[in-house]
Design a protein around this ligand. Sequence first.
Ligand code: ATP
Ligand code: MG
Ligand code: MG
Ligand code: MG
Length: 437
Amino acid sequence: MRLSRYFLPTLKEAPADAQIVSHQLMLRAGLIRQEAAGIYAWLPLGLRVLRRIEQIVREEQERAGSVELLMPTLQLADLWRESGRYDAYGPEMLRIKDRHERELLYGPTNEEMITDIFRAYVKSYKSLPLNLFHIQWKFRDERRPRFGVMRGREFLMKDAYSFDLDEASARKAYNRMFVAYLNTFARMGLKAVPMRADTGPIGGDLSHEFIVLADTGESQVFCDRKLVEMPAPGGDVDWNDLQSIVDERIALYAATEEMHEAARFEAETDEGDRLTARGIEVGHIFYFGTKYSTPMKARVQGPDGRDADVHMGSYGVGVSRLLGAIIEASHDASGIIWPDAVAPFDVVVINLRASDEGVCNACEDAVNRLEALGKEVLYDDTDERPGGKFATADLIGIPWQLTIGPKGVAEGVVELKRRATGDKLSVPLDEAIARLT
Ligand code: ATP
Ligand code: MG
Ligand code: MG
Ligand code: MG
């Protein structure tokens, strides 16, 4: 991609109302533009990151056995009346009427709709377990949309829903999502800690929020440092028996403010490991039994021939919020530092003299060779001065910068810089490419 033909509207300074660094950097690096409070246009560079995050989420859902579908953003109010949530949901729900005066809403979540789809087709335990997910825009009319995509009103969520015959198998479905989430966030370079969360009137112990520790987080959290340091289990696990992996983690204290018990925290955690911090909720998993299946009559026939209400869980990931969380965790004074796995481009090739044919040829050769190796390349072919080019490259946080100028062409070398460390190397192009692959 040639920068001269791309659309990368960077800003010298962030608007004053951007309070936290991720919001400031997302505006400055030309990732998003606010169209209304909590509603953003995704500019090309931001969209690339959003798509990469979405793809990691998708792959880990599929690895855990969930199947993708896509439900609409608009839903009928009547469906929500069946569960009783149309009235209960309150002002966060955006309610709409069509030309026939039919009441609709812009979905804040999809339990009712997925239950409706399930009950239309699934009649027997033989179709279970089943787990369905989609990645779709949601709308919640938040009282205080703020911090950019971190608390938007329109935001992209992955939500999965599990269906099982009984609580024991629902727990297995829960464990699969628990492990999928650990792997999902680890692949993005994040340490997301599973913390006991409120289950509301359902009770039980099956609700966890996945929290990224950050000073700008909106939640107060308490946890054992050992849990933060524990590596993700990876995909090579026995997906039918994950209990020990889950147990090993939930044995360590971790709770959000609503669930925190100071006495237990002190009793269960070594003093040096007691961590009190702020955190960002990037995911939430929840077993809620028959809360929706009972009122909505989603029943399956069991092996004994009798019908039973299906046991369900729901599992959300804040896909668009993750951009903010990743930037909060990975930036410096010069800009964003994208982890390789979510970066909008793998490498930016910087042409230091776009008026010099030899330099242009060398740059194009580098771009072509990198693209042939499957790399996503942004080629800064503009005639801006070098200082501005370096500043932009640092700001937008592409993991590798490959710089070519007249001096390097004469000497047969390019400069390769790793954004995260600032380490620079002057090496022949062959060697630079070898390091990039
Ligand atoms: P919060 O406590 O931040 O308001 P929530 O508990 O209301 O979030 P859930 O209903 O659990 O959110 O939704 C699943 C996920 O969707 C959350 O874990 C979060 O990552 C994301 N999410 C929720 N609300 C927003 C929002 N307004 N903007 C961006 N992401 C959001
Ligand atoms: Mg909320
Ligand atoms: Mg919450
Ligand atoms: Mg939540």
